[in-house]
Design a protein around this ligand. Structure first.
Ligand code: A3P
Length: 299
């Protein structure tokens, strides 16, 4: 995709030093003043860390395993994407804020905001938050492909160039390093369930049970197995309500790279050269020296 073919949303501004799309910048003041309600659940992630997967698990739990109810709308419409707003020339528009405001409680809201930019009312209302983190290398590879297939994102440039942008935090929603560390710190002071994509892959049943407990919900074995099955990568890839084929038509090109791309741990090995890996690891060590947070890059 050439730069010219990209839609205007691909233009980038900044809020508090964090790169945002222009529409996000222009609605930021309202987003910051968002009125959370005590029973709101926030699903927070760095982009491409497993947001959609977690959203589906949460919805399946909330709907008590009722697959039909979960298919009432796309992921994008079921759970308002708080800071996202979008308007394209073909008159498709979206405002996470408006969607959230119009939604009856209990709401589940998605965000990619770094912790310091979460609207204060979420803390004031003591809302439950589920944060999902994914190891930097796989997160980077996934983000790269997402930029390639999504005209609403800035041009990623070459793989090498995108890696550089990722390492310096010059990508939408900012530095992965600051994001995962900031939320990790916050979990000691707030009701945050901090999960890892790698754990979810390794033992999805166990991680779903953690979410159930956090949400103070109970389901029988049959329902638990149903949730497990319907939130598997294979099923979600074929589900039009979760695979993003019904939204962003003309914006997302799944023939370049599908939204439900691979869904594995360790795909980074197919992209990093030995030299790139060395450079990345050295830089990673420095950036992550001040945290107890540990990631697995393979299972
Ligand atoms: P890949 O690009 O590595 O395949 P997000 O929802 O935060 O945008 O994250 C998207 C990433 O999660 C993609 O990673 C996607 O394939 C993966 N994913 C989506 N659903 C999944 C599932 N049920 N199991 C495992 N991975 C899933």
């Amino acid at each position: 995709l050439s730069l010219k073919q990209r839609v205007f949303q691909a233009e980038i501004g900044e809020v508090e030093g964090i790169p945002f799309t222009k529409p996000m910048c222009s609605t930021w003041e309202q987003v910051w003043k968002f009125k959370a309600r005590p029973e709101d659940l926030l699903i927070a992630t760095y982009a491409k860390a497993g947001t959609t997967w977690t959203q589906e698990i949460v919805d399946m739990i909330q709907q008590n395993g009722d697959v039909e109810k979960c298919r009432r709308a796309t992921t994008y419409r079921r759970h308002p994407f708080l800071e996202w707003s979008f308007q394209d020339s073909s008159a498709e528009s979206y405002s996470g804020l408006e969607l959230a405001e119009a939604m009856p409680s209990p709401r589940t809201i998605k965000t990619h905001l770094p912790v310091q930019l979460v609207p204060p009312s979420f803390w004031e209302q003591n809302c439950k938050i589920i944060y999902v983190a994914r190891n930097a290398k796989d997160n980077l590879v996934s983000y790269y492909h997402f930029h390639r297939m999504n005209k609403g994102m800035p041009d990623p440039g070459t793989w090498e160039e995108f890696m550089e942008k990722f390492m310096t935090g010059k990508v939408l929603w900012g530095s992965w390093y600051d994001h995962v560390k900031g939320w990790w710190k916050a979990k000691d002071k707030h009701r945050i369930l901090y999960l890892f994509y790698e754990d979810m892959k390794e033992n999805p049943k166990q991680e779903i049970q953690k979410i159930l407990k956090f949400l103070e919900k109970d389901v029988n074995q049959e329902v638990l197995n149903k949730i497990l099955h319907n939130t598997s990568f294979e099923i979600m890839k074929e589900n039009p309500m979760t695979n993003y084929t019904k939204e962003f038509q003309g914006i997302m090109d799944h023939s370049i790279s599908p939204f439900m791309r691979k869904g594995v741990v360790g795909d980074w090995k197919n992209y990093f050269t030995v030299a790139q890996n060395k450079k990345f690891d050295e830089d990673y060590k420095k950036k992550m020296a001040d945290t107890s947070l540990v990631f697995r890059t393979e299972l």
